[in-house]
Design a protein around this ligand. Sequence first.
Ligand code: SF4
Length: 322
Amino acid sequence: MANLIDNTARQDARAARHPEKQKRPDTPILRKPDWIRVKAPLGKTFSETQKIVKDGGLVTVCEEAGCPNIGECWDQKHATFMILGDTCTRACSFCNVKTGLPGAVDTDEPRRIAEAVAQMGLNHVVITSVDRDDLDDGGAQHFVDVIEAIRSKSPGTTIEILTPDFLRKDNAEDIVIDAKPDVFNHNLETVPRLYLSIRPGARYYHSLRLLERVKQRDPAHFTKSGIMVGLGESKEEVMQVMDDMRSAGIDFLTIGQYLQPTRKHAAVDRFVTPDEFKAYETIARAKGFLMVSATPLTRSSHHAGDDFKKLRAARDQQLARS
Ligand code: SF4
């Protein structure tokens, strides 16, 4: 009986987070292979990070997306803040972030994010957001406010942003580019053929053009983008995405294994082996990316601070050679 009640409660919780997915048939959840093993969230620093996030009334993508790396990252005080609320206006079939109609923008959030960054003593911070199709600027001004608040309180902290696509927002991204975050990241997520089923509210070429626009507006910017694999894409399609990204001048590519959040989400097609990830990394480096992270547990913000140092060093070396 207890199990029945637990299961019903879990199903209700899932339905509340993803009402639009409840009519979808259940998809089978594949058993994870041995190479997908993560650290349990137990350490003292993990609890401190949790407290800072909770006390600040902040939202993290680490929790909302159910990231497998949370034990490792939070144990090192690496959290990725998700701004503009916890509710997304899109309904991507891979994503565990709650969907629905979001509330008003919290204008005090930039101050609280800046407080938390200072309190955690972060050298590098990653800021992402939900999609806010309901706002005229898609949340662009709020990104700027957060960047400025962090800069004013922690001038030595480098800032990486992972933005939505600002689709149909009349180039609202320009003010975000002009605020000069140290890294501008926007994920393509998957190959174009799978957009309709995986990322139906987005457009592949729009996302690509967004990243190209960042480079055109400010060539000194570092740009970054990532995809998930294991969704049914072919190796040739992944290589085409790499070529498209290089054409848009993207510096840093991340590739990680897709993991299915619930039975109502897109199914894992297969688990890509660590050797295949290594092969993708070799190919991507040969295509000219300054930095590549391709492992089963790679996520956009995983090791972002260390990777940013490597990215800068790679560009310095490239400039020294030219
Ligand atoms: S990889 Fe990114 S999203 Fe996942 S726990 Fe680490 S910082 Fe958070």
